[in-house]
Design a binder for this molecule. Structure first.
Ligand code: GDP
Ligand code: MG
Length: 162
């Protein structure tokens, strides 16, 4: 089996947009409305001549447990089955309580984690990106899934861990 890269994070941070950027085509559904990606979707992916499985997560439905529990559950399952995690945060929003909860899970998992600060379409957001050091997951990697900024550098480094 190919190594597995899982993309986790709250709804609407741009996980599916990042999947499409990595795949080089629009396959994952990107929506302005949170919660479009149901459960987990695995895509065969290729980067620098290396094959891997890319897992997009979602699964938020407004049930009784609420968004927080749902995101946490999806993240837990994805973290369990992967070799490396891309934890995506919306730089324009910053780290939320839900993000903190996922961070705790990531710490317990001992899996390699890349903290991805998405929606950094230009350098105006650099201070917001720097603030994400406080999550304790190392260097926040500024990317724009929409425009592609920073994604190649990130993937080059992800491949080094596989
Ligand atoms: P997901 O719920 O985490 O999978 O998020 P989506 O990929 O569906 O994206 C949610 C919204 O954020 C959509 O409106 C996207 O167009 C927008 N978005 C995603 N990535 C970026 C980005 O890098 N920059 C900007 N400005 N918007 C983005
Ligand atoms: Mg999605």
């Amino acid at each position: 089996a190919f190594p597995v890269v899982a993309i986790v994070g709250r709804p609407n941070v741009g996980k599916s947009a990042l999947v499409n950027r990595i795949l080089g085509r629009r396959e994952a559904v990107v929506e302005d409305i949170p919660g479009v990606t149901r459960d987990r979707v695995t895509y065969p992916a290729l980067w620098n001549d290396r094959r891997f499985s890319l897992v997009d997560t979602g699964g938020w439905e407004p049930d009784a447990r609420g968004i927080d529990a749902s995101v946490a559950l999806q993240a837990e399952v994805a973290i369990e089955l992967c070799d490396v995690v891309l934890f995506v945060v919306d730089s324009r929003v910053g780290a939320t309580a839900t993000d903190e909860r996922v961070v705790q899970m990531l710490r317990r998992s001992n899996k390699p984690v890349f903290l991805v600060a998405n929606k950094v379409d230009d350098s105006v957001l650099d201070p917001e990106v720097a603030a994400l050091w406080s999550l304790g997951l190392g260097e926040p990697r500024a990317v724009s899934a929409l425009h592609g900024r920073g994604v190649a550098d990130l993937l080059d480094d992800v491949m080094k861990t596989l």
